[in-house]
Design a protein around this ligand. Structure first.
Ligand SMILES: [Zn+2]
Length: 420
């Protein structure tokens, strides 16, 4: 069983090499934009991969600044662009569009593994060749299948260079061969995703995390944000951003990237832990895009509690539930387990002992006391929701995502009802 994964490592580059890679990335983005313009202006029956390939070759001859981009990277732009259309035709994504200079993450593709000549030179360092840049060092944090460790099943198939707030990174495309995992013997578990308690499990376990930035870092970030806001008051539309303001933006991006890294680290550790322990994991099928919709309303009918909703939306977005579910999905499969999604409505209002939804049962954010006569179950509200989620799976109410980009879930009974 072949498994394809990515491994990301930080590159050590000189300022000159950074400038060269920046140039390449801008050329790749410009090539995408040229390609998109060419493609959309062409009549539909003439839009073929071969024609696009020929057009790119011609463009590389005619336009001087496109030559900074290695030929293989230019081919990769075409492949990615075509894949974007294929995904659109399948209904998985929206149609590709132009890439803006400042909003697009900078990246360059390396398609030929053998020209990268990856070697390990030190316990902590590896070396790799980047086309038109040369030999560079990268942090060695995980063993890659190279040299005598490489074979048909286990190898590096390529890489992509990506720039973020911390500089240029290399993401290796790694292919490894594995035995198909046996069925995970672990128990079933329902998970309630929340804000006060990020993860509450139906067996009573809770996963918590602190703030991603410490007090000093938060104060620095606030100070930078205020500084940027003050500077922006004097900024005229269309004027170039001053170097000082740009520097402030970079510092802010650096701090936010640090917070994101810590959040990712926590999510990876937590999801790995869950996937190792449980054989069947059940989560809610959340429509996160709908949940974080603004309460602003229209000019004629302005919404209520807009600021509160904005704060809630930020908290929901900060928890990155979608990313967490994505991680759980592949991690459970790798260990022979399964991930299921059940319809979300009512799971936090219903009593998990008697199954009744009685008004006033949820007493506060944390406390649930069943108001149904003769029941009176009480406990943590998130724990109650997690138990409900597991119960929905056990009675066979599993949400099957509808085909296409539409995220509306179709509910379908897949298992006969069993006793609670
Ligand atoms: Zn009850």
């Amino acid at each position: 069983m072949k498994r394809r994964s990515g491994h990301r490592a930080r590159l050590t580059l000189s300022p000159n090499q950074v400038a060269k890679l920046d140039e390449q990335a801008h050329a790749a983005r410009a090539l995408w934009n040229l390609l998109h313009e060419w493609w959309t202006l062409l009549p539909k029956h003439k839009r073929t991969l071969a024609a696009a390939n020929a057009a790119i070759r011609q463009a590389r001859k005619d336009i001087d600044w496109l030559a900074v981009l290695p030929a293989q990277a230019a081919q990769a732009v075409l492949r990615t662009y075509h894949q974007a259309w294929t995904n659109c035709w399948k209904g998985l994504a929206c149609a590709p569009n132009f890439k803006a200079r400042f909003r697009t993450p900078m990246s360059v593709d390396i398609t030929q593994e053998r020209r990268m000549r990856i070697v390990r030179v030190h316990r902590r360092w590896g070396m790799v060749t980047i086309p038109k840049v040369g030999r560079v060092r990268f942090r060695w944090t995980r063993d890659l299948p190279i040299g005598r460790h490489a074979d048909e099943g286990n190898r590096v198939t390529g890489a992509r260079l990506i720039k973020d707030a911390l500089g240029w990174h290399i993401a290796f495309r790694v292919q490894t061969a594995h035995l198909r995992p046996g069925v995970h013997p672990g128990p079933e578990v329902g998970i309630d995703l929340g804000i006060a308690v990020p993860l509450a499990l139906s067996d009573g376990t809770e996963f918590h995390h602190g703030d991603w930035l410490n007090d000093k870092e938060k104060a620095t970030l606030l100070c930078l944000e205020q500084h940027a806001a003050r500077r922006k008051q004097h900024h005229k539309p269309g004027e170039k951003t001053s170097r000082r303001l740009q520097h402030t933006y970079d510092q802010m991006a650096g701090l936010r990237a640090r917070a994101k890294r810590r959040a990712l680290d926590w999510q990876h550790k937590t999801t790995t832990d869950i996937a190792e322990r449980y054989g069947t994991v059940v989560v809610e099928a959340l429509k996160i895009t709908n949940m974080v919709a603004s309460a602003r309303g229209t000019v004629d009918q302005p919404g209520k509690n807009v600021a509160q909703k904005r704060g809630l939306n930020r908290s929901i977005s900060a928890e990155s539930w979608g990313r967490m579910i994505g991680m759980l999905a592949y991690k459970t499969v790798r260990r022979g387990g399964t991930l299921h999604k059940v319809p979300a409505p009512g799971t936090s209002q219903r009593c998990s002992a008697c199954g009744a939804t009685t008004p006033g049962s949820r007493q506060s954010q944390a406390r649930f006391v069943c108001k149904n006569t003769g029941c009176g179950w009480s406990g943590n509200a998130d724990h109650n929701a997690a138990r409900n989620i597991l119960h929905l799976y056990r009675i066979g109410l599993v949400a099957v995502p509808a085909a296409g980009r539409c995220s509306r879930q179709a509910h379908k009974r897949v298992k006969p009802a069993t006793a609670r």
